[in-house]
Design a protein around this ligand. Structure first.
Ligand SMILES: [Fe+2]
Ligand SMILES: [Fe+2]
Length: 209
């Protein structure tokens, strides 16, 4: 593919993942067979806010991995990033499902998060594969902590949302470990701190908008 073809392909994917109700049937939806009682209005809105944040996180994951795949130098790293992006598509689809069940919608800000994360991913890839993998390791670590927070904040009655978050947490922990095993460099604390500040802007706004 020429660079222009590649760019058009990436813009198309970016638009699709950040604005469409993306669905996949690669792995079953974790909440499919989970039974639960009705939620009150507050619980429902709160779960929707949390799932909107998780959905935006998955949009960012797509962008980060795809951005890194474009600039990674080693073929093996490129393949790993593409493989991870395709695994994350299940999460994107599950978040869409749960948002629909909660009569809610994904964040309107997703195209902005996609562009921002794609650029960050591409820059990380340019710096070097070890650092790029280090960036993945740290991102996934922060996502795991963040999902733990959601499990605490979620209504105990919302078993469906819980089942989705729990499965995502298992997968993200594996992604973090995989990056480490593939040769990730541990990022300096300053970069880790900056990453959590950027993530906070995203999570605070996607909860509401
Ligand atoms: Fe994910
Ligand atoms: Fe992940």
């Amino acid at each position: 593919m020429s660079f222009i073809d590649l760019l058009i392909n990436e813009v198309d994917k970016g638009l699709k993942y950040s604005t469409q109700n993306y669905q996949t049937d690669r792995r079953p939806y974790p909440a499919e067979k989970v039974e639960q009682g009705p939620l009150n209005e507050f619980e429902k809105n709160h779960s929707a806010g949390l799932m909107r944040v998780n959905h935006s996180g998955e949009v960012c994951a797509q962008a980060l991995y795809r951005g890194q795949a474009i600039t990674a130098k080693l073929i093996d790293t490129k393949d790993k990033m593409e493989q991870a992006a395709s695994e994350e598509l299940d999460h994107l689809s599950w978040c869409n499902n749960r948002l629909e069940e909660l009569d809610s919608k994904p964040s309107l800000l997703n195209p902005i998060w996609y562009c921002m994360s794609f650029s960050i991913g591409a820059i990380a890839g340019l710096i070097g594969d070890k650092w790029s993998l280090g960036f993945v390791h740290e991102t996934e670590e922060q996502v795991v902590k963040h999902l733990d927070g959601h499990l605490d904040k979620l209504s105990v009655k919302d078993l469906k949302t819980r089942s989705v978050i729990e499965q995502m947490r298992i997968d993200e922990e594996k992604h973090s470990q995989d990056a480490l095993e593939a040769g990730a460099e541990i990022l300096p604390n300053e970069i880790k701190g900056l990453m959590s500040k950027v993530a906070k802007v995203m999570t605070d706004s996607s909860y509401h908008i």
